[in-house]
Design a protein around this ligand. Structure first.
Ligand SMILES: [Zn+2]
Length: 295
């Protein structure tokens, strides 16, 4: 797909991989009626059967690369190569993710800013790459911003998880290289007159997750991170998603963000929708539907 242009913003998608989960595992409580309602505006026979029990939720994993005012800003950095993880789909990957940068003509050395919506393993992995047995920053000339609440949570946790492993191999080496900065979840990272790039708190899926917003002489771009994982959550924003750490807070955040997206001139950039991924939220009765930007 080509880039999405919004005023003076240009947004490219950098693809890493697709990964499937049985629908009843990922979203317990979703019904055949919910599925049928989503299929009116979004269908993919490879993913969706007549019932949730026979359906997959396939998640795309990709980064968003935004050009604004001569800056190259990378949002979320996927799983990364050669990392040890408990989930087979992302363990010891060897993908051609970095080729995506060559395809859009922006080298990793030209990235100015790396923003992670949150610090789960599938959003920080390419912060680092393996170089002679050591993890080094993949984007050596960038500032990397990490939200304080997530940073402190995953720094201080005693749990053995892929998120904790990712903190050690994808966050700590960036801090040690002097490229990391801990920020609050409500800061402006780039501001020109009235427009700019800024973070807003979107806590729930993780303790410190945020949405990332940008506007430059045009409509707003809204980078969702994992506030919404899959289009079927527009039909059922109330349902718990299996990776949400605080289910009630995640659901409240999802409803708030969807409502705002439906009411404004906003193009959304979800972290895990497939196809062109980007699109607009529209109201559909008492819930929502999604209009993907054309491919
Ligand atoms: Zn994610």
């Amino acid at each position: 797909m080509g880039p999405v242009d919004l005023g003076k913003l240009r947004v490219h998608k950098i693809f890493e991989l697709d990964s499937g989960v049985p629908m009843p595992v990922a979203l317990p409580g979703v019904t055949a009626a919910d599925l049928a309602r989503m299929k009116r505006w979004h269908d993919d026979p490879a993913e969706f059967a007549a019932t949730p029990e026979d359906s997959q939720m396939i998640f795309g994993v990709h980064s968003w690369l935004m050009e604004v005012d001569g800056l190259n800003i990378l949002i979320d950095t996927c799983d990364g190569n050669h990392k040890n993880r408990s989930i087979a789909d992302v363990h010891q990957l060897d993908t051609r993710y970095l080729d995506g940068f060559a395809a859009v003509g922006i080298a990793p050395e030209q990235i100015d800013l790396v923003l992670c919506t949150h610090l789960h393993f599938d959003h920080v992995g390419w912060n680092t790459r393996l170089d002679n047995g050591r993890w080094v920053p993949t984007f050596p000339n960038a500032r990397y911003l990490f939200s304080r609440r997530d940073f402190e949570h995953f720094r201080d946790t005693n749990e053995e998880s892929d998120h904790a492993a990712a903190f050690l191999d994808s966050i700590v080496p960036v801090m040690e290289a002097g490229l990391g900065e801990i920020v609050e979840a409500d800061i402006a990272v780039h501001r020109e007159i009235a427009d700019g790039v800024w973070l807003e708190p979107a806590f729930g899926h993780s303790p410190g997750c945020c949405t990332i917003h940008a506007r430059r002489e045009g409509p707003e771009a809204l980078f969702w991170g994992d506030v919404v994982h899959h289009p079927i959550q527009l039909v059922r924003p109330d349902l718990p998603f299996f990776f949400d750490m605080d289910i009630a807070a995640a659901s409240a955040t999802r409803r708030r963000v969807l409502e705002r997206a439906a009411d404004g001139d906003i193009t959304c950039f979800p972290a895990h929708f497939r196809s062109t991924s980007a699109g607009q939220v529209r109201r559909d009765g008492d819930v929502y539907r999604y209009e993907f930007v054309p491919g």
